[in-house]
Design a protein around this ligand. Sequence first.
Ligand SMILES: C[S@@+](CC[C@H](N)C(=O)[O-])C[C@H]1O[C@@H](n2cnc3c(N)ncnc32)[C@H](O)[C@@H]1O
Length: 284
Amino acid sequence: MSRPELQAPPEIYYGDAEAKKYTQNTRNQQIQRDMTYRALELLALPSDQPAFLLDIGCGSGLSGEILDEEGYVWAGVDIAPSMLEVALEREVEGDLFLQDIGQGFGFRPGSFDGAISISVLQWLLNAETSHPTSSPPHRLNRFFTTLHSALRNPSRVVLQFYPSSDDQIQLITSVAQKAGFGGGIVVDYPNSKKARKVFLCLLVGGGVGQQQVPQGLQGEEEEDSKARCERRREREKLRTKSGKRKSVKDKDWILKKKELYRKRGKEGVPNDSKYTGRKRRAVF
Ligand SMILES: C[S@@+](CC[C@H](N)C(=O)[O-])C[C@H]1O[C@@H](n2cnc3c(N)ncnc32)[C@H](O)[C@@H]1O
């Protein structure tokens, strides 16, 4: 992977050692896991259908690993080559792209069934620069407009992030709205200093004005997280009983994967035909 021209501030780069340390830290692993599960809960995708997701700021694949476990096909983008290296070493299944999200995405319109982002969005606010086209509002605008176009209609995006003020929340939601998204902010455990988490839940199409933003979690975090683990286990059991999420490698999956490969300039990707994804009969 070559390092592209990036306008983002250098402090967000993780060195090789930091990338490894971040990934191996068991507390980080647990926190990122929990937030990814919660983001998926808020994404509310049907459990019996395949889905192609975008992991924005996928890093070393802590969030992507959960997408693998839950049976999603996904692509991830990140600005830090060192983090992507670790993701490659850990053999996550998603396709990985080196990219600054503040410069916008180049995916085909309607490519993704949904998107998540865990602990990334605040970095777009921290770009202190005098250059007008790399100011936070410009970077947010490019990010949200190109993200909106990369998503299927209807669909959702859930972005967990760490705002440092209400003004930051205001700026982010207004730029997202201008880009065409509905939805809003969900705050889990708003009264807990430790457990408070902020999610931006965005809606694309499907009567965005009429859809309700989900409720944030209240009450005791520890109890809730036990109950959620239990629910997750139940869901897992149900899925295995009913034969799991519909096979992810069906025709849609293959077409999306081929499209991605072509976009990445991979040579020798077979043409699509009426036989793409055809189930072959077993030959004995
Ligand atoms: C705290 S890590 C989270 C990584 C992953 N989502 C997880 O749950 O472990 C934040 C990630 O955001 C990435 N990031 C920060 N600014 C970015 C930008 N402008 N474009 C793409 N990725 C960015 C960093 O490189 C880093 O991998």
